[in-house]
Design a protein around this ligand. Structure first.
Ligand SMILES: Cc1cc2nc3c(=O)[nH]c(=O)nc-3n(C[C@H](O)[C@H](O)[C@H](O)COP(=O)(O)O)c2cc1C
Length: 224
């Protein structure tokens, strides 16, 4: 009866409200999963021994919910490398951080110079032969903080390895742009190592991810 009495503006308002509820539901759902992963992966990190400050390789990474961090710690341990986490306050866990992440990843497509602040932004890389750069994929591209890092540093004579964690898809076009930028900033070589974790409800466990890294990445990485 009530439904029959509803006019077009009422239907429209109801449809808008339902869309808003669905969007909020997705944002809160993703945030819940990310918080769970970050807590879980943090516990794992306690079991990983502190790596030494090697003079040959550096692993520099940004990670929002801990998955790229897990890969970064694993690489640093394998190669006895210096490990540096890039912090980007705008993207901390939570709905606000997730919204900023989506907004900025989208803005980067239209304005490549629209880059976020990171800490640290510049690092003395002069003593390293190999620089590993880690980032999640956001909207098919490496996330904005790692673009800020390559924009703020030079890689003269270095072998640069970009490693990414992602759920299901990335665009090779963005990897090529990243490669061009790194090479134009002096790199000697560039290698891309992605790891697909699977869609939200059926993702690799941390152990499965490390196993995949050992199987797929280690054979193609030259040890320093
Ligand atoms: C804002 C945002 C955008 C994302 N876009 C993509 C995407 O385009 N393709 C994809 O496969 N995964 C995407 N993801 C999933 C992340 O790449 C994936 O969960 C990654 O492993 C997270 O790494 P982290 O835990 O180190 O932050 C996105 C995640 C966020 C937060």
């Amino acid at each position: 009866m009530v439904l029959k009495m509803m006019s077009f503006p009422h239907w429209f308002a109801l449809a808008l409200a339902l869309v808003a509820i669905a969007v909020l539901g997705v944002l809160f759902g993703v945030t819940w999963i990310e918080n769970y992963q970050a807590r879980h992966l943090k516990t794992d990190s306690a079991e990983i021994p502190v790596v030494s400050d090697s003079k040959r390789a550096a692993v520099i990474y940004f990670s929002r919910s801990g998955n790229t961090a897990l890969a970064a710690r694993h690489l640093a341990k394998q190669f006895d490398a210096r490990l540096v986490e890039l912090q980007a306050a705008e993207y901390e866990l939570g709905v606000a951080g997730l919204t900023n992440a989506l907004k900025d990843a989208n803005a980067l497509k239209k304005r490549p110079q629209a880059l976020p602040d990171i800490v640290p932004s510049a690092i003395d890389l002069s003593s390293y032969d190999i620089v590993y750069l880690g980032s999640p994929i956001w909207l098919y591209s490496p996330a904005p903080p790692i673009w800020t890092f390559i924009e703020s540093n030079r890689f003269d004579g270095k072998d640069v390895v970009l490693f990414n964690t992602y759920n299901s898809n990335y665009s090779q076009e963005w990897i090529e742009s990243f490669r061009s930028k790194v090479m134009s900033r002096g790199a000697r070589s560039f290698l891309h190592l992605p790891i697909r974790r699977g869609r939200m409800t059926q993702q690799k466990t941390p152990d499965e991810m490390l196993e995949a890294i050992d199987t797929h990445w280690m054979p193609v990485i030259e040890r320093p």
